[in-house]
Design a protein around this ligand. Structure first.
Ligand SMILES: [Zn+2]
Length: 245
Protein backbone atom coordinates (compact mmCIF):
# COMPACT_ATOMS: atom_id res chain seq x y z
CA UNK A 1 0.00 0.00 0.00
CA UNK A 2 1.12 3.58 -0.56
CA UNK A 3 0.45 6.51 1.72
CA UNK A 4 -1.98 8.29 -0.59
CA UNK A 5 -5.21 9.39 1.07
CA UNK A 6 -8.24 7.18 0.55
CA UNK A 7 -9.64 7.92 -2.90
CA UNK A 8 -13.30 8.87 -2.87
CA UNK A 9 -15.96 9.63 -5.45
CA UNK A 10 -19.24 11.41 -4.70
CA UNK A 11 -22.15 11.08 -7.14
CA UNK A 12 -25.14 13.41 -6.77
CA UNK A 13 -28.48 12.41 -8.33
CA UNK A 14 -32.16 13.36 -8.19
CA UNK A 15 -34.20 10.13 -8.19
CA UNK A 16 -33.76 6.49 -7.23
CA UNK A 17 -32.65 4.77 -10.48
CA UNK A 18 -30.56 7.73 -11.76
CA UNK A 19 -27.56 6.00 -10.21
CA UNK A 20 -27.88 2.97 -12.54
CA UNK A 21 -28.05 4.15 -16.10
CA UNK A 22 -26.64 7.59 -15.56
CA UNK A 23 -23.65 6.68 -13.48
CA UNK A 24 -23.63 2.92 -12.84
CA UNK A 25 -20.61 2.11 -14.97
CA UNK A 26 -18.53 4.91 -13.50
CA UNK A 27 -19.50 3.90 -9.96
CA UNK A 28 -18.51 0.27 -10.55
CA UNK A 29 -15.23 1.15 -12.28
CA UNK A 30 -14.40 3.52 -9.42
CA UNK A 31 -15.00 0.76 -6.89
CA UNK A 32 -12.81 -1.59 -8.95
CA UNK A 33 -10.06 1.05 -9.03
CA UNK A 34 -10.07 1.21 -5.23
CA UNK A 35 -12.24 4.28 -4.74
CA UNK A 36 -14.78 4.51 -2.01
CA UNK A 37 -18.03 5.67 -3.60
CA UNK A 38 -20.95 7.64 -2.21
CA UNK A 39 -24.32 8.47 -3.81
CA UNK A 40 -26.47 11.33 -2.55
CA UNK A 41 -29.95 11.33 -4.11
CA UNK A 42 -32.25 14.30 -3.48
CA UNK A 43 -35.71 12.69 -3.65
CA UNK A 44 -37.35 9.34 -3.04
CA UNK A 45 -39.15 9.46 -6.39
CA UNK A 46 -42.74 9.84 -5.18
CA UNK A 47 -43.82 11.56 -8.42
CA UNK A 48 -42.88 8.65 -10.69
CA UNK A 49 -45.22 7.62 -13.51
CA UNK A 50 -44.67 3.94 -12.65
CA UNK A 51 -45.98 3.30 -9.16
CA UNK A 52 -45.75 -0.48 -8.69
CA UNK A 53 -48.28 -1.81 -6.18
CA UNK A 54 -48.11 1.34 -4.04
CA UNK A 55 -51.36 2.98 -2.96
CA UNK A 56 -49.95 6.34 -1.82
CA UNK A 57 -46.99 8.62 -2.58
CA UNK A 58 -45.54 7.78 0.83
CA UNK A 59 -45.72 4.06 0.17
CA UNK A 60 -44.07 4.52 -3.23
CA UNK A 61 -41.37 6.59 -1.55
CA UNK A 62 -40.72 3.81 0.98
CA UNK A 63 -40.56 1.21 -1.80
CA UNK A 64 -38.18 3.31 -3.83
CA UNK A 65 -35.91 3.89 -0.84
CA UNK A 66 -35.52 0.12 -0.48
CA UNK A 67 -34.99 -0.29 -4.23
CA UNK A 68 -32.32 2.41 -4.15
CA UNK A 69 -30.49 0.58 -1.36
CA UNK A 70 -30.61 -2.68 -3.31
CA UNK A 71 -29.34 -1.00 -6.47
CA UNK A 72 -26.48 0.72 -4.63
CA UNK A 73 -25.45 -2.64 -3.15
CA UNK A 74 -25.23 -4.14 -6.65
CA UNK A 75 -23.18 -1.15 -7.84
CA UNK A 76 -20.74 -1.59 -4.94
CA UNK A 77 -21.54 1.84 -3.50
CA UNK A 78 -19.95 2.31 -0.08
CA UNK A 79 -22.30 5.02 1.25
CA UNK A 80 -25.69 6.07 -0.02
CA UNK A 81 -28.15 8.64 1.20
CA UNK A 82 -31.59 9.81 0.15
CA UNK A 83 -32.48 13.37 1.11
CA UNK A 84 -36.09 14.31 1.74
CA UNK A 85 -36.76 16.76 -1.10
CA UNK A 86 -39.97 16.55 -3.12
CA UNK A 87 -39.72 14.72 -6.43
CA UNK A 88 -40.46 17.12 -9.30
CA UNK A 89 -40.10 20.21 -7.14
CA UNK A 90 -36.36 20.85 -6.95
CA UNK A 91 -36.57 24.02 -9.04
CA UNK A 92 -38.55 25.60 -6.20
CA UNK A 93 -36.11 24.65 -3.41
CA UNK A 94 -34.13 27.44 -1.77
CA UNK A 95 -30.91 27.44 -3.81
CA UNK A 96 -28.44 28.52 -1.16
CA UNK A 97 -29.83 26.26 1.57
CA UNK A 98 -29.91 23.29 -0.78
CA UNK A 99 -26.40 23.80 -2.10
CA UNK A 100 -25.23 24.17 1.51
CA UNK A 101 -26.39 20.60 2.21
CA UNK A 102 -23.96 19.45 -0.48
CA UNK A 103 -21.19 21.79 0.73
CA UNK A 104 -21.51 20.13 4.12
CA UNK A 105 -21.30 16.66 2.58
CA UNK A 106 -18.35 17.53 0.30
CA UNK A 107 -16.43 19.03 3.22
CA UNK A 108 -17.05 16.09 5.52
CA UNK A 109 -16.68 13.29 2.94
CA UNK A 110 -13.75 14.94 1.10
CA UNK A 111 -14.10 13.32 -2.35
CA UNK A 112 -11.49 13.86 -5.03
CA UNK A 113 -14.10 13.30 -7.75
CA UNK A 114 -17.65 14.62 -7.95
CA UNK A 115 -20.12 13.35 -10.58
CA UNK A 116 -23.51 14.76 -11.43
CA UNK A 117 -25.84 15.53 -14.33
CA UNK A 118 -25.05 18.17 -16.95
CA UNK A 119 -27.10 21.34 -17.09
CA UNK A 120 -29.24 19.89 -19.89
CA UNK A 121 -30.90 17.59 -17.35
CA UNK A 122 -29.67 14.38 -18.92
CA UNK A 123 -31.27 12.35 -21.64
CA UNK A 124 -34.81 12.96 -20.42
CA UNK A 125 -34.15 16.70 -19.72
CA UNK A 126 -35.78 16.36 -16.29
CA UNK A 127 -35.90 19.73 -14.48
CA UNK A 128 -34.84 17.99 -11.24
CA UNK A 129 -31.67 16.80 -13.02
CA UNK A 130 -30.86 20.33 -14.18
CA UNK A 131 -31.32 21.59 -10.63
CA UNK A 132 -29.12 18.85 -9.16
CA UNK A 133 -26.45 19.87 -11.67
CA UNK A 134 -26.72 23.49 -10.54
CA UNK A 135 -26.71 22.67 -6.80
CA UNK A 136 -23.74 20.33 -7.17
CA UNK A 137 -21.78 22.78 -9.31
CA UNK A 138 -22.26 25.54 -6.76
CA UNK A 139 -21.36 23.21 -3.92
CA UNK A 140 -18.20 21.98 -5.68
CA UNK A 141 -16.95 25.58 -5.79
CA UNK A 142 -18.36 26.78 -2.48
CA UNK A 143 -16.95 23.81 -0.54
CA UNK A 144 -13.51 25.04 -1.64
CA UNK A 145 -14.10 28.65 -0.62
CA UNK A 146 -13.31 29.87 2.91
CA UNK A 147 -15.79 32.71 2.34
CA UNK A 148 -18.73 30.38 1.85
CA UNK A 149 -20.45 28.70 4.79
CA UNK A 150 -17.51 28.87 7.24
CA UNK A 151 -19.71 27.26 9.89
CA UNK A 152 -19.90 24.08 7.78
CA UNK A 153 -16.33 23.04 8.50
CA UNK A 154 -12.92 23.37 6.87
CA UNK A 155 -12.83 23.84 3.10
CA UNK A 156 -12.35 20.91 0.76
CA UNK A 157 -10.99 21.31 -2.76
CA UNK A 158 -12.26 18.39 -4.83
CA UNK A 159 -10.04 17.64 -7.83
CA UNK A 160 -12.59 17.08 -10.56
CA UNK A 161 -16.22 17.85 -11.30
CA UNK A 162 -17.67 15.71 -14.08
CA UNK A 163 -21.04 16.00 -15.79
CA UNK A 164 -22.71 12.96 -17.21
CA UNK A 165 -23.52 13.71 -20.84
CA UNK A 166 -25.19 11.99 -23.82
CA UNK A 167 -23.89 10.44 -26.99
CA UNK A 168 -27.37 9.40 -28.14
CA UNK A 169 -30.95 10.54 -27.70
CA UNK A 170 -34.15 8.73 -26.81
CA UNK A 171 -36.34 8.19 -29.85
CA UNK A 172 -39.58 10.14 -29.81
CA UNK A 173 -38.62 12.44 -26.95
CA UNK A 174 -37.42 16.04 -26.92
CA UNK A 175 -33.65 15.91 -27.31
CA UNK A 176 -31.40 17.50 -24.67
CA UNK A 177 -28.66 20.00 -25.55
CA UNK A 178 -25.73 17.97 -24.20
CA UNK A 179 -22.24 19.18 -23.32
CA UNK A 180 -19.40 17.70 -25.41
CA UNK A 181 -17.68 14.83 -23.61
CA UNK A 182 -14.05 14.72 -22.55
CA UNK A 183 -14.13 11.21 -21.07
CA UNK A 184 -15.26 8.10 -22.92
CA UNK A 185 -15.70 5.27 -20.44
CA UNK A 186 -15.83 1.73 -21.71
CA UNK A 187 -18.05 0.11 -19.09
CA UNK A 188 -18.88 -2.98 -21.14
CA UNK A 189 -17.35 -5.36 -18.61
CA UNK A 190 -19.76 -4.17 -15.91
CA UNK A 191 -22.68 -3.55 -18.27
CA UNK A 192 -24.73 -6.52 -17.10
CA UNK A 193 -24.62 -5.24 -13.53
CA UNK A 194 -26.09 -1.92 -14.69
CA UNK A 195 -29.12 -3.90 -15.83
CA UNK A 196 -29.14 -5.90 -12.60
CA UNK A 197 -29.09 -2.66 -10.59
CA UNK A 198 -31.94 -1.24 -12.64
CA UNK A 199 -33.94 -4.42 -12.12
CA UNK A 200 -33.62 -3.84 -8.37
CA UNK A 201 -35.95 -0.88 -8.99
CA UNK A 202 -38.91 -3.19 -9.28
CA UNK A 203 -41.50 -0.37 -9.29
CA UNK A 204 -39.81 1.02 -12.42
CA UNK A 205 -39.64 -2.19 -14.44
CA UNK A 206 -42.21 -0.96 -17.00
CA UNK A 207 -39.60 1.63 -18.00
CA UNK A 208 -37.03 -1.11 -18.47
CA UNK A 209 -39.42 -3.19 -20.53
CA UNK A 210 -39.97 -0.21 -22.79
CA UNK A 211 -36.34 0.76 -23.27
CA UNK A 212 -34.27 -2.38 -22.63
CA UNK A 213 -33.54 -3.26 -26.27
CA UNK A 214 -32.52 0.32 -26.86
CA UNK A 215 -30.28 0.40 -23.78
CA UNK A 216 -28.72 -2.96 -24.64
CA UNK A 217 -27.00 -1.36 -27.60
CA UNK A 218 -25.62 1.53 -25.57
CA UNK A 219 -25.14 0.58 -21.92
CA UNK A 220 -21.47 -0.38 -22.45
CA UNK A 221 -20.39 3.22 -22.90
CA UNK A 222 -20.74 6.24 -20.61
CA UNK A 223 -19.53 9.72 -21.50
CA UNK A 224 -18.63 12.55 -19.14
CA UNK A 225 -17.49 16.15 -19.39
CA UNK A 226 -14.69 17.40 -17.17
CA UNK A 227 -16.26 20.69 -16.08
CA UNK A 228 -13.88 21.97 -13.42
CA UNK A 229 -10.60 21.16 -11.72
CA UNK A 230 -7.90 23.08 -9.85
CA UNK A 231 -5.47 22.72 -12.79
CA UNK A 232 -5.92 25.13 -15.72
CA UNK A 233 -5.41 23.72 -19.19
CA UNK A 234 -7.02 22.82 -22.49
CA UNK A 235 -9.64 20.09 -22.60
CA UNK A 236 -8.13 16.70 -23.35
CA UNK A 237 -9.83 13.43 -24.20
CA UNK A 238 -9.45 10.66 -21.63
CA UNK A 239 -10.69 7.13 -21.13
CA UNK A 240 -10.98 7.17 -17.37
CA UNK A 241 -12.07 9.54 -14.63
CA UNK A 242 -9.11 8.91 -12.36
CA UNK A 243 -6.01 9.36 -14.52
CA UNK A 244 -3.29 11.03 -12.46
CA UNK A 245 -5.14 10.79 -9.16
ZN1 LIG B 1 -33.97 11.07 -12.54
Amino acid sequence: MNDKPLRKLLCVTAHPDDECFGFGGALMLAAEAGFETSVVCFTDGQAATNRGASTSPEELGRMRRAEFAASCAILGVTHYELLDYQDGQLEFANFSETAAKLVERIRSYQPQIVLTFGSDGGMNTHADHTMVSAFTTAAFHWAASPKRFPALGPIHIAQRLFYNTSNFFFPGRPAPLPAPWTVTLDVSRVEQRKFDAFRAHTSQLPLMDKFESYFRKRAGLEVYTLANSPSPGPAVQATDLFVGL
